[in-house]
Design a protein around this ligand. Structure first.
Ligand code: HEM
Length: 341
């Protein structure tokens, strides 16, 4: 009898164990079945457009895995932004080439006098070149952040790409400070000379004197230069402000604010790069004698009369008459030399 009871107990326990295993098997299978999970995520995404869970780490933002604005942002960054950049930058390079082929270098007419006028002080030139050096490095390293993975990584491989990207990121972060300072300095020292005036309308209506031989009057800066100034001050200011939001993430911003800051930073920076490409062309190859103004601060009297007649007349009336160039002085601008008197 005791043996029979022991057998019955053994069979009952075995059955109970088998029941537990069978009952728990489908649940375990459901947990680890990746396809079933994916189906649930698809459903969640379809219904809620976001996947959010619970997490125990302090940063609750990490609990949201997907959300509609995130997908929109990813599409903007991966598709729209490269298009904006390609159209703005390649379009501007094409425009500059067309400009050069059709109009060429605007020459000084009727030739240099060899007498020089002071156009920019050492301080103005310092502010300008600080902006220029910082901007070029910020622009190149920023372009690497946006396009480097598609354009440079396949050419130089992962090792070299990660090295230049790391140093590029340091440069991009640290040069933002002197660049911001230079934008403030430029904004302050040239503010008065860049306020809009009636002369600008006349200058613009005459196409800036690029077509034909007639040069419309202009003060220290013409309407085109004023556009560059405001582009640098407003655009540069916006790029700097949004850049600091990105550099110190989530200080006063949420995810949406960060995404907006990134979009504004990237779009304005790309447009500014396009504007500066044109500016660099005009300040060097595009106009004979312009580069000297920013290099040693002086311009030839002919250039001053030709391009900035209102400014020239005022300087003369103030007694700032042009002085003969030092003998043998050679300017770096397109390899031309001042004729010594
Ligand atoms: C290496 C490139 C550059 C060259 C060769 C260059 C050249 C020049 C020259 C020659 C002028 C004086 C024009 C005149 O006397 O009327 C000038 C002015 C100016 N530059 Fe540049 N520049 C360069 C880069 C930059 C950059 C990167 C910025 C700003 C981010 C900038 C901002 C300005 C501004 C605001 C002015 C005054 C307005 C104007 O003349 O358009 N420049 N530049």
């Amino acid at each position: 009898m005791a043996i029979l009871l022991r057998h019955v107990r053994f069979i009952a326990m075995a059955l109970a164990l088998a029941f537990i295993v069978v009952a728990s098997a489908p649940t375990r299978a459901q947990h680890v079945n990746p396809t079933a999970d994916a189906v649930k995520e698809e459903q969640l995404l379809g219904e809620l457009k976001r996947i959010t869970g619970e997490c125990t780490i302090p940063d609750q933002k990490a609990c949201t895995l997907e959300q509609p604005a995130g997908r929109d942002w990813r599409h903007f960054h991966g598709v729209t932004l490269p298009w904006i950049g390609a159209i703005a930058i390649l379009g501007m390079i094409a425009l500059v080439v067309v400009f050069y082929l059709v109009i060429g270098t605007v020459r000084m007419s009727p030739g240099r006098t060899g007498r020089l006028m002071l156009r920019f002080s050492a301080f103005e030139r310092f502010a300008h070149w600080m902006a220029a050096v910082c901007f070029i490095i910020l622009g190149l390293t920023g372009l690497n952040i946006t396009f480097g993975k598609q354009l440079i990584l396949p050419l130089i491989g992962p090792e070299a790409f990660s090295t230049i990207s790391l140093w590029g990121k340091y440069a991009h972060n640290f040069l933002s400070f002197p660049f911001t300072l230079s934008v403030v300095l430029i904004g302050v020292v040239w503010l008065r000379a860049n306020l809009p005036s009636r002369v600008d309308i006349e200058w613009a209506m005459q196409g800036g004197g690029f077509i034909g031989d007639k040069h419309p009057p202009a003060d220290l800066f013409n309407a085109g230069q004023k556009m560059v100034y405001w582009g640098v001050v407003l655009g540069g200011g916006l790029v700097a402000a949004t850049g600091y939001l990105l550099m110190f993430p989530f200080y006063g911003t949420e995810i949406l604010g960060m995404q907006l800051a990134e979009i504004v930073h990237a779009v304005v920076a790309l447009l500014l790069i396009a504007l500066i490409i044109f500016h660099v062309y005009m300040g060097s190859v595009g106009e004979e004698g312009a580069f000297e103004a920013m290099w040693d601060g002086t311009v030839d009297e002919t250039w001053a009369k030709q391009h900035h007649s209102i400014w020239y007349d005022r300087e003369i009336s103030k007694g700032n008459v042009p002085k003969p160039a030092p003998a043998g002085e050679v300017h770096p601008a397109v390899g031309t030399a001042h004729a010594a008197e």
